[in-house]
Design a protein around this ligand. Structure first.
Ligand SMILES: NC(=O)c1ccc[n+]([C@@H]2O[C@H](COP(=O)([O-])OP(=O)(O)OC[C@H]3O[C@@H](n4cnc5c(N)ncnc54)[C@H](OP(=O)(O)O)[C@@H]3O)[C@@H](O)[C@H]2O)c1
Length: 323
């Protein structure tokens, strides 16, 4: 990496790093009584019935910390009453995580369990779990049949899907003209086709529940191509996911479904050989690679951020900002 100043990695700080600080509501605000219809300014024109309903509904959801919902969600004919639950069979929210066998996906499974979610974890080789609140489904996410099995497992075992993290992904870096048709098929298969059917199924279920959250894991290369790392297929596929994240956010904003992306720098996972860690560290203004915990913290922030949707959250050691 000629031309890049290498600053000693600071990952050692990870061990002694302060606990993640999370936004908590100001209790004095939470305790404040909500506005009542009689609080309308004197002389204000009377509200129509639909406006009053929207007003009350919006405030109710504000108090609950949720995006306002439409008053009623169409009841799909295929939906049984048992599917419309406020929590899973075990009383937990449910996260589906793809690419869950190792790396960031494995970190997300652990984090969502700590958060109290039941988890459906999928990848080709994901191992069975002893945890009764983790279901594992093996399969190639590029095959729509895997998505069907994953969604079915979530509903059969837990009765709902609250969060989908589209984390499965592969990375092939090559000069553009050296990519083969096999490279193209493999990268678009996992990164794009692997997003499509499972996200459709998850969103369908979220619509029945009037809420949910979809997160795409992407790369800083979308916004910040590097001459040293030629990788058009990463930009093509992850850039598509980022655009889709925004489009989904807008399409479903009024139906309680949020969609966000986390755009990563280079993270220490089994995707990368340790021999290149020093080189990768130098690609980031902060002078280090990211840790799995950096990405998990970002996803958990988004999980707990009801006013954030359509966001591409850069967790890239400053790469997106420049050099
Ligand atoms: N690490 C980085 O520096 C970095 C940077 C930018 C973006 N990302 C993105 O972050 C996400 C996670 O990456 P990671 O670093 O944790 O990678 P990783 O350690 O290589 O893990 C990738 C995961 O995806 C699964 N997977 C791969 N092909 C699959 C397929 N055909 N069907 C189903 N699952 C498949 C793998 O499981 P199986 O082998 O069991 O199928 C594995 O669980 C990916 O989307 C990646 O593009 C990573």
């Amino acid at each position: 990496m000629v031309g890049f100043a290498f600053v000693a990695p600071v990952e050692a700080a990870a061990a002694g790093r302060p606990a993640r600080t999370r936004f908590s509501p100001d209790p004095s605000v939470a305790a404040r009584p909500g506005p009542k219809r009689r609080d309308l300014p004197p002389g204000a024109a009377p509200l129509t019935a639909p406006a009053l309903r929207a007003y009350d509904l919006g405030w109710k959801h504000h108090r609950a910390g949720h995006v306002p919902q439409p008053e009623s969600t169409p009841w799909p004919s295929a939906l049984s009453a048992g599917q419309l639950r406020t929590r899973s069979n075990s009383g937990k929210k449910v996260a589906v995580i793809t690419g869950a066998s190792q790396g960031i996906g494995a970190g997300l499974v652990e984090a969502y369990r700590k958060l109290g979610y039941a988890v459906v974890a999928t990848s080709r080789t994901v191992a069975a779990s002893d945890d009764p609140d983790v279901v594992t489904v093996q399969g190639d996410i590029a095959d729509p049949a895997t998505a069907e099995r994953v969604a079915a497992a979530a509903i059969e075992r837990f009765g709902r899907i609250d969060t989908l993290v589209n984390n499965a992904g592969i990375f092939v870096a090559k000069p553009f003209t050296e990519y083969t048709q096999e490279d193209y098929d493999a990268v678009t298969g996992v990164n794009l086709t692997g997003f499509f059917r499972i996200t459709q199924l998850a969103v369908e279920q979220m619509l029945r529940q009037s809420g949910g959250h979809v997160v795409q894991i992407t790369t800083s290369l979308v916004h910040h191509a590097l001459s040293a790392v030629p990788s058009v297929l990463a930009s093509l596929t992850k850039g598509g996911l980022q655009s889709a994240s925004k489009a989904l956010a807008v399409e479903y904003a009024t139906r309680g479904i949020r969609s966000n992306a986390v755009s990563l720098g280079v993270i220490k996972t089994p995707m990368h050989s340790e021999e290149y860690f020093e080189t990768f560290a130098a690609l980031h203004p902060v002078g280090r690679m990211g840790e799995i915990s950096d990405i998990v913290d970002a996803v958990l922030y988004l999980e707990d951020a009801p006013f954030v949707t359509g966001e591409v959250l850069h967790v890239d050691g400053g790469q997106g900002a420049g050099h």
